[in-house]
Design a protein around this ligand. Sequence first.
Ligand code: AMP
Length: 313
Amino acid sequence: MVNITTKLVKKLQSAKFLLVLDRFYKATMLKISTKVIEVQNFLEIERQNNKSIGFVPTMGALHKGHLSLIRRSRSENDCTIASVFVNPTQFNDPSDFDKYPRTIQKDTEMLREAGCSILFLPSESEIYPDSALKSINFSPGPIAEVLEGAHRPGHFAGVAAVVKRLLDIVQPHRAYFGLKDYQQFLVIKKLQQFYQIPTQIIGCETLREQDGLAMSSRNSLLSALDRPKAVFLHQMLQKAFNQIMGGNIDFQSIINSILLDFEENGNFKLDYFDICSANSLQKVVNPEKEDLIICVAAFLGKVRLIDNLIIKR
Ligand code: AMP
């Protein structure tokens, strides 16, 4: 009898068995809904049971970067909800919206496997039942006027409106955003302060491919020929990073030499390469004391890629 019990305990503790159990548990867990009211009902039950809610808004075509946000949310909350909604109002170029990758079946399986509790899959009319909801009376100020803001008119107005709407619907304790979209993160933090939204806004590290390319849904749009070329963006960020860490504070000379590298490389149409204050995104005032961000946006073929590296002082 003792022998059988010991064997059973050993089996139950074996890593393989726990993995199978974990998979089975997760597979039964994911609730999916396209309706605001239904999602709110799911969440109400969680709240009544005093469960904390973590939220990961996405536009789908999920990759490991997105899943790292789900993991972080799961580690800090009882219930994790993800949304997949390709928000038309944040695309300044309609063809960019049309060709944005959509892989909802695969996304669902990835979220299920990652142990997400709820997947919200709204239609456009569910998010914007009234077109008045497409814009909000919030201006992020100078942080939204540079970099992405300067190159994608209307982009942050669209982002702010959809994030406000999603936070109003979900009312999470915590919401998770990637620092890969650093300017977006700052705009959302400002939005949260402006409306005094009782959700903690959490920034998460950028996940990268083995060669250093930042993971992005748009990477899947790169041709097989262009994909290996894309790593150049990260190499240029790293070059600037190394020079600054080596003590060079002549940022303009660093930028100029990198602009020459881009010209020589010839594969990209550069929107910007800049070194700014990480808090204000404006010109650096105190180069040796301020946190800095080195950021880049460029087209490789028809695909627009962005990336950044942060320097903490
Ligand atoms: P998206 O679907 O592109 O709107 O991204 C949804 C969220 O995932 C945003 O908060 C992004 O900043 C974040 N994200 C995208 N790529 C990465 C990455 N490589 N690492 C970490 N977070 C990411």
